[in-house]
Write a protein that binds this ligand. Sequence first.
Ligand code: UD1
Length: 315
Amino acid sequence: MPKYLVTGAAGFIGRSIAAALLHRGESVRGVDNFISGKRENLAGLEAMEFLEADLADLSACRQACAGVEIVFHEAALASVPRSVADPLATNRNCIDATLNLLLAAREAGVRRLVYAGSSSAYGDTPTLPKDEEMPPNPVSPYAVAKLAGEHYMRAFARVYGLETVVLRYFNVFGPYQDPTSRYSGVLATFCRKMLAGEQPTIYGDGEQSRDFTYIENVVEGNLLAAAAPAEKVAGQMMNLATGARITLNQTFHILCELTGYRGQPAYAAPRAGDIRHSLADIRRAEALLGYRPLVDFREGLRHTVEWMRSAAPHG
Ligand code: UD1
């Protein structure tokens, strides 16, 4: 029986965590329904036991959790604008799926569940950096759905003694992030377009900023969260980011250097549900996990461009 379950194993973050576990020689089961995950992301993960199933179905969650000790719950329908277009789908794939998974995990005797939370929980409050003591202020259906999952985590820790750990991710990017969807993260979209010589579009004036976090940092945070002593982390929530922010205009200029793109960006109206600035206080993850970012923004972007040059799908 595998020790670890990774949900969303065919998605960007899930497949990256699964790959790191396999690399350490761990036994892993992955589950995905391919609603946004990609079959080609499973290449290189052949040692993983894979289950194609939908977590909104409780019996699938039971099958996925059987015999497992630790779960990384990365499956979700990511994207703020997608949730604005279809809040029911976000609710089903985030909230329903998460509650089913928690119920199945409890029944199966899973010891720990590490949950992919989202910085969108903070909303558009002007205070920076965002620390975990700030009251949540979700402004999009996506933020509501990811935050509901956090509350369920805490409740299952308190009521049933499941060791839940919530990691609030801030704008994760890197290899295997899908660059072809209209709901793709901005860096994946910009890398793909600029490598192809196409003009990227900046929504708003480009002075909005993000704490863009390279995937390797997120994988590291997850592995630390799985291994940390229960008395430190069970029932806890913490930011997982770099503690630095950069504007979209600055990002565009760095990507010009890395991709060789010579044009200017197009500017369009700001996007509905967008927040202006985002920056994490990462001291709690440092204190509880011993976490420190391993890869900085520019280096992460360089790896991402290299990967996209060689391997990524170009749609
Ligand atoms: C949000 C959440 C993040 C979540 C992610 C899931 C916040 C702070 N972050 O990211 O936690 O994991 O959704 O999708 O709420 N943009 C362009 N041109 C493009 C695409 C995007 O200018 O072609 C702009 C957007 O308008 C936005 C910024 O880039 O201002 C970042 O957008 P995106 O990558 O979609 O992520 P967030 O919405 O910040």
